[in-house]
Each structure stands twice: as structure tokens, then as C-alpha cells.
Design a binder for this molecule. Structure first.
Ligand code: CO
Ligand code: CO
Length: 366
């Protein structure tokens, strides 16, 4: 079954008559169309019985969609002389059929888009359809896995090039800038997200924004970044030593490395995010740093940097072969230092296989 057929079947199972998609990863997944989420109304409407699909979009995008979309649409272009709302009304009318329950992406759709839909199909009930997509996107096919492996290879390579260039006295922002250049030099189409470069006490904050602090002898330095390739993200974290670091820093590093290995080792088809999180967390708790592990163990990865499945307490969904997610335990000692080691792992028949392969031994830079 192709993606569109599977998706519409899943939507019907949830009692949806129509699916309304805005610019984002789900639309890309279905159509292969990369769009920039601007202020111009862009909505695809699909009948879940497969009997019609309409696309309301700015007129200047029409030719591109017609030529490159993986699935056929009836286009309803609009421009300054034909308002978007009229195009949407024509699209809704053209689709006909039952439009009582409309699936929307409630984590993504913006207010002006929902208002436009409400104006066009006022009596409809708008229901979150996020689960329809996540159930499909959770399992990566062979083609997606090849792309993700390449995105992981790119971020590994960028780290290899970056580390020898890091010197004591550089600011976090300078390091982030150098890393961006190295990521793009691998042929990546962009960064998965703005890299985190956190040094010394700043590394104790998991989502630190790179700033003016200069690297100093004895710092632990957290580097968290990703390369985007053909729409898919990689996401790696390595923590390196700037010069010689204290015994305390080395101890924390070894604890987190053990947690990362335990998390990866717990991956098997059918285990849950809860179980994998517990395996990583136990190593860190047993070493006395449970309270310093401030976040969940990982998140799903694909077209979005954070997507289901989550590797966290309470996640009871059995993970299927082909699911890809991060394993990224960390220990954060307030005011002193932090360590995080993150890999991208795919579930295979024989267990977890890491797409990221950069060394997990503590490397000295500077
Ligand atoms: Co990361
Ligand atoms: Co991550």
C-alpha cells in the first residue's frame, strides 16, 4: 500500500471525512513538496474516501506543485485579484461529499488557517489528526533509512572536521559558526536546528544558547547539532574536554557514557520507550546522579527533530522495527558542568543500530 492509501485508511478508521494539511512535515511526507511556512494561505484538503484532493495555494506555487507533487491535486490558486478565501470556498465546494469531521494538525495549524477553514466549512467538527500521521511516520521505510543514515554520516563527519579547530579562548558562538560551516561542507541541505554549544558551567543547562563565553582549560564542552538531508534530520551530542578536566568531570562523563550504552543496549523490537528510558536512567541513578538527569532519554527523529515515539517514563507503546529515535542521557551539575551523549538509533530485528558512529570516548580539544 502506498503512503496516501495507508494515510486515508487510517483517517477513515478515526471517523474523519476530510484531512486538512498545512505547510510542514506531514505535507512533505505525503507530497514530497518542500514549502516555506509564510503568511500566504496554503492548505491541502483530501477526501478520506480517496475521491478527491484539492490544494489551495498562492498562484506562483501552482506550476511547481503540478510538476513535482507525488500525488495529484486539483489546484485552487489564488493571488491578489482572487482572494484566498474564495479559492478555499471553491475547493471545498469542488470536493463535495461528507465534510462533517475534518482532521487537522492541531500542533501545527495556525489560527488564521483554522479561521479560514471555519469560514469555508462552518458546520464541520475539527478533530486532531496528528495520530494518523505519527502512526505512519513512526516506521521508516528502507528509502527513508538510507537518507537518515546519510544525514548521520554528515553530522559525524562535521564533528571530525570541527574538533581539531576548537581552541581555548574561542567563544561558544565562534564554535557554533565553525560547526555550521563544517556541516554545510558535507553537502547537507542545512542544519537540523540551531546548534547548542555550551561550555563550562553553561553546559549544566540542557538547552543553552551559544553566547560570548570563552572556552577555558578544564571546561567540559557540549556540542549538540544535526545535519538535514533530503528533508530528514540527524541529531548528535558529544561532550569534549577542553584541555585537562577534573576527576569529577571525568567521573560524570563515564556515568553518562554508561547510560547511553545501556539505553542503546535495551533497544529491541517490541520494547517500550519507558523500558529504554528506565535502562539508561538506572545507570545514572545507581551512580548517584539521578536528580541531575533533567530530561527524558530521547525523542523520535525523522522529518521533524522531535516527533513520536518518545523515549520517556510512561511511554508504553511497543517500538516497531524501523522506528528511529535518539538516546541522549545527560547529567547536569548546576554551576559546574554538564555532559550529554546522544545517538540516533534505529530498531532492527537484532536490536538497536546506531546511525551516528562518532566515538563516545572523551576527546581532549584546545
Ligand atoms: Co540533540
Ligand atoms: Co535530541
Amino acid at each position: 500500500m502506498d503512503r496516501q492509501t495507508q494515510l486515508l485508511a487510517a483517517a477513515r478508521e478515526q471517523g474523519l471525512d476530510l484531512l486538512a494539511l498545512v505547510v510542514g512535515a506531514n505535507l512533505f511526507y505525503l507530497t514530497g513538496l518542500p514549502f516555506h511556512a509564510g503568511e500566504r494561505l496554503t492548505i491541502a484538503l483530501l477526501r478520506t474516501d480517496g475521491r478527491g484532493a484539492g490544494f489551495v495555494l498562492p498562484a506562483m506555487e501552482a506550476a511547481r506543485v503540478e510538476q513535482t507533487s507525488l500525488i495529484p491535486f486539483t489546484l485552487y490558486p489564488w493571488d491578489d485579484s482572487q482572494p484566498a478565501r474564495e479559492a478555499l470556498a471553491r475547493c471545498v465546494g469542488g470536493l463535495g461529499g461528507n465534510q462533517a469531521r475534518v482532521g487537522i494538525e492541531s500542533g501545527l495549524m495556525r489560527v488564521f488557517e483554522l479561521r479560514a477553514l471555519e469560514g469555508a466549512i462552518g458546520r464541520a467538527e475539527f478533530v486532531d489528526a496528528g495520530g494518523v500521521f505519527s502512526s505512519l511516520r513512526r516506521v521508516k521505510d528502507v528509502h527513508e533509512l538510507e537518507i537518515m543514515q546519510e544525514a548521520a554520516r554528515m553530522i559525524d563527519l562535521s564533528l571530525e572536521k570541527l574538533l581539531p579547530r576548537i581552541k581555548i579562548g574561542m567563544t561558544e558562538r565562534e564554535v557554533a559558526g565553525m560547526w555550521m560551516v563544517e556541516i554545510l561542507a558535507t553537502g547537507a541541505e542545512g542544519l537540523s536546528f540551531e546548534s547548542i554549544v555550551a561550555s563550562g558551567p553553561n553546559a549544566a543547562s540542557p538547552h543553552h544558547t551559544p553566547g560570548d563565553r570563552r572556552l577555558a582549560e578544564g571546561d567540559l564542552l557540549i556540542l549538540d547539532g544535526g545535519a538535514r538531508h533530503k528533508g530528514y534530520a540527524s541529531d548528535i551530542t558529544r561532550t569534549v574536554a577542553v584541555g585537562k578536566v577534573s576527576d569529577q568531570c571525568r567521573r560524570i562523563y563515564e556515568v553518562v557514557k554508561g547510560g547511553n550504552a545501556a539505553g542503546r543496549g535495551a533497544v529491541m523490537p517490541g520494547v517500550t520507550g519507558h523500558q529504554i528510558d528506565a535502562a539508561a536512567r538506572k545507570v545514572i541513578e545507581d551512580a548517584g546522579y539521578g536528580k541531575e538527569f533533567l530530561h527524558r532519554t530521547g525523542h523520535g527523529l525523522g522529518l521533524d527533530v522531535h516527533e513520536p515515539p518518545y523515549i520517556a517514563p510512561g511511554e508504553k507503546f511497543p517500538l516497531p522495527i524501523g522506528a528511529v529515535f535518539t538516546i541522549e542521557p545527560g547529567v547536569y551539575v548546576n554551576g559546574v558542568a554538564g555532559v550529554r551523549i546522544e545517538d540516533d538509533v534505529v530498531v532492527t530485528q537484532g536490536g538497536g543500530r546506531s546511525l551516528t558512529e562518532f566515538t563516545r570516548e572523551l576527546i581532549e580539544v584546545g
